[in-house]
Structures are given as structure tokens and as C-alpha cells.
Design a protein around this ligand. Sequence first.
Ligand SMILES: [Zn+2]
Length: 341
Amino acid sequence: MSTVIDLVRAMGWLDEAVYVAAPMASVAEVTKFHDPDYVAALRRAEETQTVSDADRTRFRIGADNNPVYPEIFRRPMTSAGGAITAARMTLPGGIVYCPGAGTHHGRPARASGFCYLNDPVLAMLTWLDAGLERIVYLDIDAHHGDGVQDAFAGDGRVLTISVHEAGRWPYTGLAGDRAGGTARNFPVPPGFNDSEMRVLMQEAILPLIDAARPQAIFLQCGADALEEDPLARLSLSNNAYWATVAAVMPLAPRLIVVGGGGYNPYTVGRCWAGIWATLNGFPIPATLPEAAQTVLRRLVYNRAAGRNPPPHWTTTLRDAPRDGPVREEIRRLAAVTLQED
Ligand SMILES: [Zn+2]
């Protein structure tokens, strides 16, 4: 997150007049979705920096991929606060980018996949409470947006659409999984490239959004579907992310864009800084100015690739396009998803 902010500042892209620091959400705000006992357990975990057996078993705090860390209460409460603030700010219309939010696996009373609270759900509940009735949630993180899909399953006001790697944790979001009609899922194969994403967008996702006539769109841009992310095996370039942002911008009067997963700090920072440029129409230079390169050169990445980062990780924002053949299964997926229930 700090890299994204530092990068857009170094590019001269951050007018301080439009920058709003996310406030911590209140307990009352997050308990619109989350169990008060669970929220209290998160606070206890931060205060004591440990977790009781009972809390671990019941709430999965300090278990699975949900470690106890120094800001385990404040950090999730702040990204939730950012998302809720974004929903309030966009009620009259407009666009808010909140890259620190996007925890799409969070459950009402359980941590899941390093998500403790569910920012997208809390933001969209804010929209719904204000009277909006047609919302589209689009999630292009490499993992299925299971927590969001399940939160709104059967609620005809929210259509959730997720593109994610097939066969990857949490193993949900199969092509036929429609959550009773309120979800569409695109489980894509390893190697999923920019050309394939373009086909899914044009042939399925944009028609689905059009048909929903959304009053608001919530776009989750987890950066782990990028080729150079170490966790998933998808092969998008950041051009595919920016094209997705540009394509959904005109489709509703309200838009919130958030981040999500992403495990290579160079590719996350470059992708998410470029989303801000896309939202604002700022041209992205072929070579970054010195101040922006300095931000990227200071990053630490504790993996083999991080010891000798390739030059484009520190000198450019835009990846080389990763176009490729469009596999038959991608076209089939698009067609299946458009079939009537
Ligand atoms: Zn992810």
C-alpha cells in the first residue's frame, strides 16, 4: 500500500485535495455483517498478541492462513473504514479508489485467507442501506471471491462476478455455481493471458453488467493474477487490469475500485499505481521518472527473483502485453456463463 501511495505521489498524480485518509470503522459499522463476538476476539488478539484455543477454534484467528500480527484489529478496521467511506462518498455519484481494501474472503464470524473483515461486503451493505437496488461486484483476483458471493447469495440486488484460477484455494466458484442466480463464475486455467481476458470481458462480463443495469459497480482488483505474482499461475499483464477498469468506468454512475491479493511488491505497486492513472486519464510514460524508480528500487522482496529484479520492475509501470492464443475452454466458459438459468 505504501508503495502505491509513494509511487503516485512520485509521479505527481496525487492531488492532496482528493486524498482522504481512511478512518477506522466503528464496531457498529462492521457488525452490520460481522458477529460482535468475532470482532471482540480480533480486538483481544491485537491487545494480547496471542489467541486463546477457544478463539482459534471458533474464529480461525491464528489458524490456517490468518496469523496474529501487531495490527490485526486496527488494520482490518481501517480498510473496512476506507471501503465504507468510499461507499458513502460515492452515493451522490462518483468514483473512489481504495487500494488498501479488498478482503474478499472474510466471513461473518471467521477469518479466512488472510481476510479478517470483508471490506467489499461492508461497502456494498452501505450502498444497499442507502437504497441502491442494483449493484454489480466484479472480482478479478486470482482467488474466488467466496466471502462476497456467499454474503449476497440469493439477494437479487447484488450480482457477483468472479474471474479466478480453476483448482486453486478456496476451490469454490465453479462455472456452474450461480449461488441461486446471483453469481457468475469464471474459473480460468493456468496461463490465462491478456487476449483471453479480453474475450471474457467482451463476450460475457460486459454483457452481464449491461444486462444488470447497475446503479453502482464494485471492482476488486487483486493483483495476484499477474504473470509475475508468485502465488497463482495466471499470466495477465497489468494492461489487462487497466483495460478492465477502463471498460467498467462508464457502465454505472458509481464506482469503487479496491485492491486485494498480490504477493510481488513490484508488480502490485506498478499495477495499482496504474489503476489510479487509468481512473484519472493520466498518460503513463514508457520510462518512469527518477523519483518513481527510487520508490521501486527501495522495495524488499524476499524471494529469489527479488535479489536481482529485472529492469522493468523498477524502470516502467506498464508491462509488455501478454497476449496469446484464446483457448477453446475460454470461449466455452463465456458461452456457459451467459446461458439463462
Ligand atoms: Zn487472491
